[in-house]
Ligand binder design. Structure first.
Ligand SMILES: *Cc1c(COP(=O)(O)O)cnc(C)c1O
Length: 370
């Protein structure tokens, strides 16, 4: 059997252990400490310095804390991009609120601004103002930030920016993760950088960061004893794992550059094929977290996926839209067929920044036989 090629596996810099060892040496084996603060500073700087960063146990936890701080609760409606991973939508249900799913545009594969406005107007006409909009930079491709922000402002609805897959992506020269009222990142094992598991919530000011930390550390009131006047969560990142994050931040730009190179490699090698690639719109720079291809049909997509599997190469269909998921299909959705078509014909190719030239050649060899 040939060596397994993964879709996106952890890629250490070699610096991580120094920070992890520091945590051990100083006995900061807790969900606070110098690595937590240091990782937050590294992220803040990388994102341009204007947003406060709180590192948490996961990206999902970050979305949950964003919804809580926006006051989303039982009976509220939240507009959510349908073409995404389920972790974007699940926290809406944690709050007992109702997700309303919105389909994608073809230019970015993300939240369609026209459909979003249609949905807002329809919800308003039914007497229900949505509490929040969750937009996603899927596969690292920025959504149309200008238009989505305009709609958020026009209708006075806050935006949660899911940048879980988009660390290092840019829109108009600014980093993704800085465009929402709240923005989130994920450091899961398969993301652009990893802490094995982890996430971050970006907020507009220090006050909101302090609120985030408070909620993420069991919402203790100021008192010598343990006193609570809010529901708390145990969502803070461990100082040991934040050490991994600090080591990863030293090579973040290399990781993004390498993923973009891999995208170009596939595009170049497959330029005469029946596959199509999503190009960066003018003002956008995707981190190319995963290179995705569109094949001519569902049948072809499956043939290719199985042929890769036979060669011990992992690939994966694009995300199945939420409005087609068994757990979510009962909710209202505004669809145009775009995400369903992408799901049918699309395939994610191995794109890890640790991919070798010979691995990529092996993958392209299989793809070229189609
Ligand atoms: C990974 C991911 C999340 C969740 O992040 P975790 O850290 O795994 O909880 C949320 N949204 C999207 C789009 C993701 O890809």
């Amino acid at each position: 059997m040939k060596k397994k090629i993964w879709l996106s596996s952890p890629h250490m810099s070699g610096k991580e252990m120094e920070y992890v060892q520091e945590a051990f040496a100083s006995n900061w084996i807790a969900p606070l400490g110098p690595n937590v603060n240091g990782f937050e500073e590294d992220l803040k700087k990388y994102l341009g310095g204007k947003k406060e960063v709180t590192v948490l146990s996961s990206g999902t936890a970050a979305i949950h804390l964003a919804l809580i701080q926006l006051g989303v609760s039982r009976g509220d409606e939240v507009l959510c991009q349908s073409f995404t991973f389920s972790a974007t939508a699940n926290p809406i249900l944690y709050q007992g609120a109702t997700p309303i799913f919105i389909d994608s545009e073809t230019e970015t594969w993300n939240l369609c601004p026209d459909l979003l406005e249609e949905a807002i107007l329809d919800r308003l006409s039914k007497g229900k103002k949505p509490k929040a909009i969750i937009a996603v930079h899927l596969y690292g491709m920025p959504y149309n930030v200008t238009k989505i922000n305009e709609l958020g402002q026009k209708y006075d609805i806050p935006i949660i920016e899911d940048s879980a897959e988009a660390l290092g992506s840019e829109f108009n020269g600014k980093k993704c993760g800085t465009f929402g009222d709240f923005s989130i990142l994920s450091f899961n094992g398969n993301k652009i950088i990893t802490t094995s598991g982890g996430g971050a919530l970006m907020t507009k000011n220090l006050d909101l960061k302090l609120k985030t930390v408070h909620l993420a550390t069991q919402a203790r009131d100021e008192a010598p004893h343990y006193q609570h006047s809010k529901i708390g969560y145990n969502y803070r990142m461990s100082n040991v794992l934040a050490g991994i994050g600090r080591g990863q931040m030293q090579v973040i730009q290399d990781r993004v550059d390498k993923r973009r190179e891999i995208f170009e490699f596939y595009k170049h090698k497959l330029n005469n094929s029946s596959f199509t690639f999503l190009e960066d719109p003018n003002n956008c720079k995707s981190n190319r977290w995963l290179t995705c291809i569109l094949t001519p049909s569902f049948k072809k997509r499956e043939e290719i996926r199985l042929a890769l599997e036979k060669e011990n190469i992992e690939s994966r269909p694009l995300w199945k839209p939420m409005h087609k998921q068994p757990i979510f299909e009962k909710y209202v959705s505004y669809s145009n067929g775009v995400s369903e078509n992408l799901f049918k014909k699309g395939l994610c190719l191995p794109s890890g920044s640790n991919s070798t030239e010979s691995e990529l050649q092996r993958i392209v060899g299989v793809l070229k036989s189609f």
